[in-house]
Write a protein that binds this ligand. Structure first.
Ligand SMILES: Cc1ncc(COP(=O)(O)O)c(C=O)c1O
Length: 361
């Protein structure tokens, strides 16, 4: 009998990938887990009880109802966009996938670097042409000449994480408007972190730009486990995305939960404010340490860079030994680390650890 040959079945673009590795916090050692830009605030007792009451009668024997009037109305009220112009995703990851699944092969997918890794991973296994836009070294902004590179005859899609993960800054808005003016471009404004920023959302630009897509997620404000994201766009684009979205992609418990939390959003507002305050504090404290450079951020994380290559091994060993989980990078970014802004207690712990290390270097 001939042997089973995986190459006969699975696309090269899939086989060439490495599976996404999720960090596992070591519960026994009580890890300081600040790697995934989650919110480390847990729900208060009262709201938790009300929440449990709200979802307890969810009918899990039936398929979920994504057109629940209650939910659609709550989302419309929250974002000011009518239901015909949004779809829900199992996290915004799924919505990125839906966008890329819908594209013709001759559309180039432009991805800033460094930015959120899933743009490139999903583009690759969809066999799309992914083009990397290297951000300016000094301020991580888009290169000024992007409009010149932007060939009006070619079809392009641009992903802009706004603010950008992992650098924490906003790209020059004028450049994004310039790209939107060219109708051979699709522009995705991924606003996963905009809750933590004072910048205006691109949502209100939707009536003006048919080629604009706005992504939102509730993962970064305390609901990562529910897996819920939203995609907003004009009628033409959204009607195509609706054809690709799997009918029951969001489970009933998530739908009920989102319905509840949209009505009780103060809980999150409170924690967002705390995170922004903690970000400022963490930035100031980390900035005093001579072995790292800290970058300003409008998101719920801070990017740091080791000031010298010689600290790398010692730093990594120190993180390991103390069970501190932060995000490290590859591909020329080995000296950079992204730290999620934690609770006051966690940030204090981190600062104490880093101060201790700094004194020993
Ligand atoms: C910029 C950006 N977009 C999208 C996501 C995906 O979020 P989710 O799938 O949890 O909604 C992330 C998560 O880290 C992100 O950083």
């Amino acid at each position: 009998m001939s042997s089973f040959n995986i190459e006969n079945f699975i696309k090269d673009s899939v086989r060439e990938l490495k599976a996404y590795k999720v960090n596992e916090a070591d519960q026994h050692k009580k890890a300081l887990k600040l790697d995934a830009n989650e919110s480390n605030y847990i729900l208060g007792k009262n709201i938790k009880k009300k929440y449990a009451d709200y979802i307890k009668d969810t009918l899990i024997n039936l398929y979920p109802d994504p057109n629940s009037k209650n939910l659609l109305e709550s989302v419309e009220k929250f974002y000011g966009i009518p239901p015909k112009n949004f779809i829900f995703g199992n996290g915004s990851d799924e919505l990125i996938s839906i966008i890329l699944l819908s594209l013709k092969k001759d559309v180039t997918v432009n991805i800033p670097s460094p930015s959120f890794s899933m743009y490139e991973i999903i583009a690759k296994y969809n066999d799309l042409n992914a083009k990397i836009i290297k951000l300016n070294d000094e301020n991580f902004d888009l290169p000024d000449n992007i409009a010149l590179i932007d060939d009006k005859k070619l079809k392009n899609l641009y992903f802009f994480s706004y603010p950008n993960n992992p650098t924490g800054n906003h790209f020059n808005r004028k450049i994004i408007y310039g790209l939107l003016e060219n109708k051979n471009n699709l522009v995705v404004a991924d606003e996963a972190y905009i809750f933590f920023s004072d910048e205006k959302s691109f949502l209100h630009e939707l009536p003006k730009y048919e080629n604009l897509i706005v992504l939102k997620t509730f993962s970064k404000i305390g609901l990562a486990g529910l897996r819920f994201g939203l995609l907003f766009s004009g009628d033409k684009l959204i009607n195509e995305f609706k054809k690709i979205k799997l009918p029951y992609n969001i489970n009933s418990l998530t739908l009920s939960s989102i319905e509840f939390f949209l009505k009780n959003f103060d809980e999150f507002e409170k924690n967002i404010k705390k995170t922004v305050k903690q970000r400022k504090n963490l930035y100031e404290k980390l900035s005093t340490l001579p072995f790292i450079k800290v970058y300003r951020s409008d998101a719920n994380f801070l990017l740091i860079k080791l000031n010298d290559e010689k600290y790398k091994v010692k730093f990594d060993n120190f993180l390991n030994a103390n069970n501190i989980i932060i995000r490290n990078f590859t591909g020329g970014m080995e000296l950079y680390y992204r730290i999620t802004v934690g609770t006051e207690k966690e940030n204090k712990k981190l600062i104490d650890y880093f101060t201790e290390l700094s004194e020993s270097l």
